[in-house]
Design a protein around this ligand. Sequence first.
Ligand SMILES: NC(=O)C1=CN([C@@H]2O[C@H](COP(=O)(O)OP(=O)(O)OC[C@H]3O[C@@H](n4cnc5c(N)ncnc54)[C@H](O)[C@@H]3O)[C@@H](O)[C@H]2O)C=CC1
Ligand SMILES: O=C(O)CCC(=O)C(=O)O
Length: 337
Amino acid sequence: MSQYVVLIADALSPHAAEVLTRDGSVEVRHVDGTDRPTLLAALAGADAVLVRSATRIDAEALAAAPRLKVVARAGVGLDNVDVTAATAAGVLVANAPASNVVSAAEHAVALLLALARHVPQAHAALRDGRWARSSFTGVELAGKTLGVLGLGRIGSLVARRLAAFDMEVIAYDPYADEEHAHALGVRLTGLDELLARARFLTVHLPLTEGTAGLIGSDALRRVRPDLRIVNAARGGIVDEQELYAALKEGRIAGAALDVYAQEPCTDSPLFELDNVIATPHLGASTPEAQERAGTQAAESVLLALTGMPVPEAVNAPLVSCVPDAVDAPLESPVHAL
Ligand SMILES: NC(=O)C1=CN([C@@H]2O[C@H](COP(=O)(O)OP(=O)(O)OC[C@H]3O[C@@H](n4cnc5c(N)ncnc54)[C@H](O)[C@@H]3O)[C@@H](O)[C@H]2O)C=CC1
Ligand SMILES: O=C(O)CCC(=O)C(=O)O
């Protein structure tokens, strides 16, 4: 008989369950974590729970889980887990901090290019039978200033990729290391300069009390009218109502969004604007990222439950695609106890 019950509450790569059941000590139960009554009932008998971004592990969920020892997030952002409440309850929280960063960075770059050249709008017009070349004149990236908000793992990967498009890259991140920025060809600036100068702004911050609404009414009045904004970090960092107003009034030129204050989000006034392009939180949606995220989250659960060491091989493929400079200054996967 298995010693531990582990819930998989969001759709994860099958590798997660494979890793968990490797030594026979774990019984895996799949539940729909967005169905609250089902989640709360399942948590009653769970030793661990693995989530992606849809399932909320808040104080109520933790109170329903007397046996819970670990919450593992198969990805980066921990805004759907109440880390403070978990810590108070003696529950360990782990994430997989480098698992999906390459995919997320590539998606941000894809959005930025699509925004610059109106790719989704032109595609839609052509499918409607309109050869509307003059409607879709774009802008070049070369020579333009890119402002990166948050020069952590993803911001650094995006900066490096867009520097290769001959953009001038500046970044605002009060915690970033000068040498790290310099090695990427990025100049660190204050927020005021970044807002005043950027032609493109890409957001790579965690959602915290300090970053919620950072790009709001005040910031959006200090930018150039030809600014294009990409947010593939978290909804709520860019205030959606203020963004709508800025776009509608022509105070900025366009926006590309992957994330929303409320998700799922299928009905936003922003989706009615011609200069907005949008994807449904797809930054980490590649098999490569999901395999790494599921595997690393499962390894953290096993480590926490059984003390079984994490094999080197699990981390090896990722380290080879994330530059050392990006990997170095960041926290360990096990976030809190
Ligand atoms: N769209 C998607 O599918 C994905 C979205 N994400 C989001 O991207 C965010 C960033 O991810 P990583 O780069 O891996 O995180 P990270 O922790 O490596 O980098 C975040 C950076 O933001 C900086 N920062 C924090 N507060 C700041 C502030 N007030 N002003 C300026 N800089 C500040 C930190 O110093 C750090 O360098 C995650 O928190 C997550 O919410 C992550 C993965 C996939
Ligand atoms: O699991 C996902 O698709 C969400 C990825 C994400 O936003 C994150 O890792 O922070």
